[in-house]
Write a protein that binds this ligand. Structure first.
Ligand code: NAX
Length: 326
C-alpha cells in the first residue's frame, strides 16, 4: 500500500463538501490504491457541523481513509497538504455588487494562498471551485509566490461535462461517443463551449448540428445551466459540482485518455494569444501528474471573438482585485 497523501477541502461543511468528501475517501479521486488523510477546513460557526461530517466519514469505514482532521485555521488546514480543493467561498448576498463579491472572496483566497505558501507541500495541486473560481485561483496563486504557478487551477470541468451531455443528447449518442470538448475562458456566463474541435464518434461535432442550434441553443444552455439548476432545485449544483471536482483532480493526478483532453482553468502562458498569467480554461492533456495546454486546436473567427470576450471579463476581474494580488 502507498503512503497516505493529505487532501484539504475548504468549505467542507457545505453542500458540495458533503457530496465530495465521501467520494475522495472511497478512492474515486486518486485511485483504489491511494490512502488519504482528509483535512477539513471551514469557518468557526461551521465546526460543529464539520464534526458531524467527520463522524459520518468514520462510520463508512473506508479502507483508504487514514485520518480526518477538522479545523478553522488555514495554517493548520494546509499543513503538509498534497492536494487542496478550495470550495468554501462567500456567496453573493442581497444587494451585493459583482465588485463586492470579488473583494469579499479575494480576502478569503489571499489568506489561504499565504497559508499554502507557508505550510503546504511544494508539489501541492490546488483546484479552486468557489466562485468566482478563475479569479479566486489567481488570487490564491499570487499569494503563494514560492510555489509553481502551474500548481493552481480553477474548475470548468462541470461546464465541460454539461457540454458533453448536451451534444450527446442532440446527436442521439452518449457521452462515451464524445471527445475533445473544450470550455474556453472563465467559469461564468461568458465561457465558450466549443463544438468546432469537439468530436462525436470521431466526426466534428459542428458538422452534425446546425449553426443556429449551436449559437442560440447549445452555447446559452451550457452557459446558463447553473442558473437553471438553482431555479429548479432551489439550491445550486452540488453533486454534479463535486463529481466534476473529482474528475478534474483525477485527470490531473492520473492522466487523460489517449488523444482526448479535458478543460481546466490553468495559468496562461500566452497560448492562443490569451494574456499571460490569467487563470483561463484551455484544452489540457495530463500525464505524470502534470498538464499541458493542447496547442493545435482549430480557432476560426467565431471562436476567436468568443475566446477574447471571456478573456476580457477575466482581465476586468483581475484588475478589480489588483490591490490584493500580492
Ligand atoms: P455552501 O454555502 O453550501 O458551502 C460553503 C461552505 O464554505 C460553508 O460551509 C461555509 O461555512 C464555508 N466557508 C465560507 N467561507 C469560508 C472560509 N473563509 N474558509 C473555509 N470555509 C468557508 O456552498 P456550496 O454549494 O458548497 O458551493 C461552494 C462554492 O462553489 C460556491 O462559491 C459556489 O458558487 C461554487 N460553485 C462552483 C462551481 C464551479 O463549476 N466552479 C459550480 C458549483 C458551485 O456553484
Amino acid at each position: 500500500m502507498k503512503q497516505p497523501v493529505r487532501v484539504t477541502v475548504t468549505g467542507a461543511a457545505g453542500q458540495i463538501g458533503y457530496a465530495l468528501l465521501f467520494r475522495i475517501a472511497s478512492g474515486a479521486m486518486l485511485g483504489d490504491d491511494q490512502p488519504v488523510i482528509l483535512k477539513l477546513l471551514d469557518i468557526t460557526p461551521a465546526l460543529e457541523a464539520l464534526e458531524g461530517v467527520r463522524m459520518e466519514l468514520e462510520d463508512c469505514a473506508f479502507p483508504l481513509l487514514a485520518g480526518v482532521e477538522c479545523t478553522d485555521d488555514p495554517n493548520t488546514g494546509f499543513k503538509d497538504t498534497d492536494y487542496a480543493l478550495l470550495v468554501g467561498a462567500r456567496p453573493r448576498g442581497p444587494g451585493m455588487e459583482r465588485k463586492d463579491l470579488l473583494e469579499a472572496n479575494a480576502a478569503i483566497f489571499s489568506v489561504q494562498g499565504k497559508a499554502i505558501n507557508d505550510h503546504a507541500s511544494r508539489n501541492i495541486k490546488v483546484l479552486v471551485v468557489g466562485n468566482p473560481a478563475n479569479t479566486n485561483a489567481l488570487i490564491t496563486q499570487r499569494n503563494a509566490p514560492d510555489i509553481d504557478p502551474r500548481n493552481f487551477t480553477a474548475m470548468t470541468r462541470l461546464d465541460h461535462n454539461r457540454a458533453m451531455t448536451q451534444i450527446a443528447i442532440k446527436t442521439g449518442t452518449t457521452v462515451n461517443d464524445v471527445t475533445n470538448m473544450t470550455i474556453w475562458g472563465n467559469h461564468s456566463a461568458t465561457q465558450y463551449p466549443d463544438l468546432f474541435n469537439a468530436k462525436v464518434n470521431g466526426q466534428a461535432a459542428i458538422d452534425l448540428v446546425d449553426q443556429a442550434w449551436f449559437e442560440e441553443d447549445f452555447i446559452p444552455t451550457v452557459q446558463q445551466r447553473g442558473a437553471a439548476i438553482i431555479k429548479a432545485r432551489g439550491a445550486s449544483s452540488a453533486a454534479s459540482a463535486a463529481n466534476a471536482a473529482i474528475g478534474h483532480m483525477r485527470s490531473w493526478a492520473l492522466g487523460t485518455e489517449g488523444d482526448d483532453w479535458v478543460s481546466m482553468g490553468v495559468y496562461s502562458d500566452g497560448s492562443y494569444g490569451i494574456a499571460e498569467g490569467l487563470i483561463y480554461s484551455f484544452p489540457c492533456r495530463c500525464c505524470n501528474g502534470d498538464w499541458v495546454i493542447v496547442q493545435d486546436a482549430d480557432i476560426n473567427d467565431f471562436s476567436r471573438a468568443k475566446m477574447q470576450a471571456t478573456e476580457q471579463e477575466l482581465i476586468e476581474e483581475r484588475d478589480a482585485v489588483a490591490h490584493l494580488l500580492g
